[in-house]
Design a protein around this ligand. Structure first.
Ligand SMILES: [Fe+2]
Ligand SMILES: [Fe+2]
Ligand SMILES: [Fe+2]
Length: 171
């Protein structure tokens, strides 16, 4: 399967996960997981190369910039309480922007790319994309044991500014 077909297939999965997240906020995590994997692999195996072609450079940069905007929307939605009545509005905002991006890729960027890449390269890139997608989506990260959470919560407060302030600590 060439990379453009593989990307469009994954777009269909993303659209489905968005619809499911609208019905059930518990599906939101899965939607976001797929979206992040999609962006990472689409950049590595498609846009990094497309940027090197003058005729497509502007479109490629615009698409990668849209990935960054989508990731900002994800950060915002992730920091919003799932049980809040307005959480579905956050999901809708993310879904609508993402849908715009997917539609634009399919209507404009992918047809252009088909005229610029060698067909054999598209097939090889498709293999890399599918292998990476499969690996990244089946990764299982170890959970932090409750005992460590407990000790962390019970520890003496560190002065502000003495440690990095990750997004997670703002929730
Ligand atoms: Fe994209
Ligand atoms: Fe756009
Ligand atoms: Fe895409």
């Amino acid at each position: 399967m060439d990379i453009i077909t593989a990307l469009v297939d994954h777009h269909q999965e993303l659209r489905q996960l968005y619809r499911e997240s609208e019905e059930d906020p518990a599906r939101f995590t899965e939607f976001v997981r797929h979206l992040i994997v999609h962006h990472t692999m689409e950049e590595k195996y498609f846009y990094d190369l497309l940027q090197e072609i003058n005729a497509a450079r502007h479109d490629a940069l615009e698409a990668v910039n849209e990935h960054h905007i989508i990731e900002l929307i994800i950060k915002d939605a992730e920091g919003f309480p799932r049980e809040h009545d307005n959480f579905p509005i956050k999901v809708e905002g993310l879904g609508e922007y993402t849908t715009h991006h997917l539609d634009e890729e399919e209507a404009d960027i992918f047809p252009l790319a088909r005229t610029l890449f060698a067909p054999d390269d598209l097939v090889d890139l498709g293999k890399f994309f599918l292998e990476a997608k499969q690996k990244l989506l089946t990764i299982e990260l170890p959970e932090v044991p409750q005992a460590i959470h407990g000790r962390a919560a019970a520890s003496v407060a560190v002065p502000p500014g003495s440690h990095g302030l990750g997004i997670g600590s703002l929730k």
